[in-house]
Write a protein of this length. Structure first.
Length: 265
């Protein structure tokens, strides 16, 4: 059993703090960007696509803005709408926490759509590459959640249980680490393996991401405490599970269309 005593602040300059959570975002974007370029170069060399890899660099700014806006608005809408309706100015206080993966996911899809339309490049090509490397960012993000002692798990008797003193003295599942492994590491290994198969069609990676992330998230939600302000909807399902279930449904729809070659290559 481990007693959580990690400091979410790496360096405190008094007037400025360097937090692990911020570094996780930066690491996820930089490592994901590097791997994404490797994937694109591989596809160019194998004549899977004709594309100027430098264009992808311009997409990064779109992705960063989309993650921040989508993640924040997703949290406001899905997890705490009543509070922010009464305190609208607090929406801009992102330093107080409150980001939603599903909101960030929607934001990235919309941001990528706008970029692909501007560059007149196949949307699914971009989305497949982003979907393949997204688990890298998720992995770092969930580790940061653990360091922060947030999004903690339900009470547990397992020997690897963790006590979060800022919450209570009850041993709990380190659900953040479960999610880092499932939604991050395992999902990345699966997607990168499929990506490097020449016969992979447009949309397959995006579909698999939605299906597998949704499944892994629902599994992890069984060990995670629901958000206090939301609880369980219908006394059964967490908000994360419901949103993930919708992701799975959309993922299967995209997969069906991709397999049937209904998307323009």
């Amino acid at each position: 059993m481990y007693i959580h005593d990690l400091n979410p602040i790496l360096i405190n300059f008094g007037f400025f703090e360097v937090r692990w959570y911020s570094l996780a975002y930066i690491a996820g974007i930089l490592v994901g960007w590097w791997i994404a370029k490797k994937i694109i170069i591989y596809k160019i060399e194998n004549k899977t696509i004709v594309f100027d890899v430098k264009i992808f660099d311009d997409l990064i700014s779109y992705i960063i803005i989309s993650i921040m806006l989508g993640g924040r608005l997703g949290y406001v809408i899905f997890y705490n709408s009543s509070y922010y309706l009464n305190n609208p100015l607090d929406i801009f206080k992102i330093w107080q926490g409150g980001m939603s993966f599903h909101g960030a996911f929607i934001g990235v899809v919309l941001g990528t759509y706008l970029f692909a339309k501007r560059e007149k490049i196949n949307l699914l090509f971009f989305l497949d590459v982003i979907a393949c490397v997204a688990p890298v960012g998720i992995f770092f993000g969930r580790l940061a959640n653990f360091v922060n002692g947030e999004l903690y798990g339900k009470p547990s008797t397992f020997f690897w249980s963790v006590i979060f003193p800022k919450v209570d003295e009850i041993p709990r599942h380190p659900s953040q680490l479960y999610e880092a492994m499932l939604e991050g590491l395992v999902l990345f290994i699966i997607l990168i393996s499929v990506t490097y198969k020449k016969e992979t069609k447009n949309g397959i990676i995006s579909a698999l991401f939605m299906i597998l992330y949704g499944f892994f998230r629902i599994v992890a939600e069984q060990f995670r405490e629901p958000d206090l302000q939301v609880g369980y909807l219908f006394d059964l399902f967490s908000m994360g599970s419901i949103l993930s279930f919708l992701m799975i449904l959309i993922g299967f729809l995209v997969l069906k269309k991709a397999i049937n070659d209904e998307f323009v290559k």
